[in-house]
Design a protein around this ligand. Sequence first.
Ligand code: G1P
Length: 299
Amino acid sequence: MTIRTAVLPVAGLGTRFLPVTKSIPKEMLSVVDRPLIQYVVEEAFSAGIEQVVLVSSRSKSVLEDHFDSHVELEMALEAKGKDELLQLVKDLTPPKGRSISAVRQSAPLGLGHAVLCAQAVVGREPFAVLLPDDLIWTDDATPSVLTQMVEQYEKIQASVVAVMEVSPAQTNLYGVIDPSNPDVSKGDSVIKAKGFVEKPSPDIAPSNLAVVGRYILTPEIFPLLANGKKGAGGEIQLTDAISALLEQQSVFGYRFSGTRYDCGDKIGYQKANLALSLQRPDMRSELLPFIKEQLASWS
Ligand code: G1P
């Protein structure tokens, strides 16, 4: 079955980014000149997704506005002959056959609960989940991470979760895979799981392969989420439901190609801005001398 739907949980309060997130959703924070939400929506559409479902909350309607047409702005740009900008704005609305809709998560009960809120829209099909905090950059020669994962899903017809190696001291920040084969070698990109643990402390972590924000899940996950059992942090965790899913079917970790930036964190966010602006030839020529100057003044 093809993956038609992508669920994007965007209801979080963004407390790690206060004060800016008091009135601006963190998904609207910009990396270079695009808000974080745009990177994941573009990644989803580039992977063949037909419908993007935002799991949203009150005060987040600006996210939907970003992908809606803005007649006044378009008319003004047209009148001034600013064709390039006009195209940029028009390209934000989903093309024919693609859609962006929203459902509400009325209480902050956790990532697992957010995904459950999209059940009626997803239906009984496998679907993708993308967390906008995780910006995963791939160069022009490499397909997007979700595209890579859809390809894996088509081969193995089972749930696939993106994983990457992290420092063993950082396992308490992530969901962590317990690989079936403990001797998982660096060359293995597809890793069969026997369990997943949400935010384990380093002394009990089953591996240092952390789950990052891209998932392809089978619909059998929904009843497990609906059980509503609270896990780490008193929240309904997606990781716990994926671990429970292993009692019925296989789940695989997928070591992707790409660079992940944790844009839910101030340092990761700055790294993303720096790295992505240096990719842009028009910005690099001015930024590089500036960075060198800064480095010299600090040494
Ligand atoms: C969430 C998930 C966690 C995953 C992480 C990736 O945690 O619960 O399993 O490893 O995203 O970014 P959060 O960062 O929302 O605390």
